[in-house]
Design a protein around this ligand. Sequence first.
Ligand SMILES: Cc1ncc(COP(=O)(O)O)c(C=O)c1O
Length: 381
Amino acid sequence: MIFDLEDVASAWELDPEFIHLNHGSFGAVPTVVLAEQHTWQKRMHTNPSAYFRRDVFPAIADARRAVSQFLGAGDDGLGFVRNSTEAINTVLSSHRLQPGDEILIFDQEYQAVTMAVGRAARLAGAQVIEIAVSLHESDVQILEQVRSRITSRTRMLVFDHITSATARIMPVAQLVNLCREQSIVSVVDASHVPGVLDPRISELKPDYWFGNLHKWLCAPVAAGVLYVAPEHRESFQPLITSWFDALGFPTAQDMLGTVDYSAWLCAPRAIEFFGEFGFDRVRAANNARAVYGQQVVAQALGLDADALRDYGLPMTLVPLERTGDHEAAGAMSAHIALTHGIEAAITDFGGQLFIRISGQLYNRAEDYHALAAALVRTREL
Ligand SMILES: Cc1ncc(COP(=O)(O)O)c(C=O)c1O
């Protein structure tokens, strides 16, 4: 099996000691983007005063506008954050919950985000209502579930566009519309979206939306974005108060004091890197890899094809016949890495373990066959 764009694999310099099948967790940076990052870091270290006093902030503003345009948020819809974890904490500290408020969240939400929501609710005297969504629940059922949990106290819905542990697409437009109809604040965790889907944020009109650029867009680690709807911009408060505070959203987000800003600055180079091939083509090429991997693994494990779904993403899921929690998933990932030399994402949801299979341009068919063999061996343990 030869995939489209296989010749692009050499654009990454990944550790050859391992097979890399977990792009979804932390991304991986192409050499040209890394070179750009090194150039910025060198400028910072060879003349810190020029970098911090004159050069970096105009460059950040340019990079921010380029990313904002790319994600369909106009010129000034997006501010930079370092990652999704920072984004949700920013939203929750700026848009304060009140005693008695109810905040809805799915049980499939990324658990660190759930923890941030839980803490904000505890501090405010608000209540988190967790909505259980079964693995292959339909969009209609999901919307019905949300509708049935809305009360006069519901203030906010926090949900993934693409779920982390289960790699599925949620009905984002319908959920945002439902929130608008019911005067509920919508917070979209779109961590996996940049570089995969075209979110057209200004048309979607969420209240808050955030995503990582260091996952599928392959910007360096610590590049994320946060969208704030126009009606919340005046009252918006950054998590970190610094020199640009009075400038408001999004400029206030540009200033974190003296830190390495190179990841943000390289985001336009990452957009350019994939833009050369075309994002639709890259998405199809990566989806073909992930689906191939899913089939190879399912076949090796003797699993029923009914248990498999393809959402057209660069990640697919295969249920493993194993129970376990987050810790067990981590232990199994570590075992596969250290015993078989494969970086793979074992995820957990509802007490069950899954393998979440990523496809990126650097993956070849043999990577998935190696994963399947490793999983068969691991099952025998
Ligand atoms: C859906 C989702 N939300 C939030 C995060 C947190 O991202 P980060 O660790 O970059 O803050 C992730 C990371 O995998 C994720 O998949």
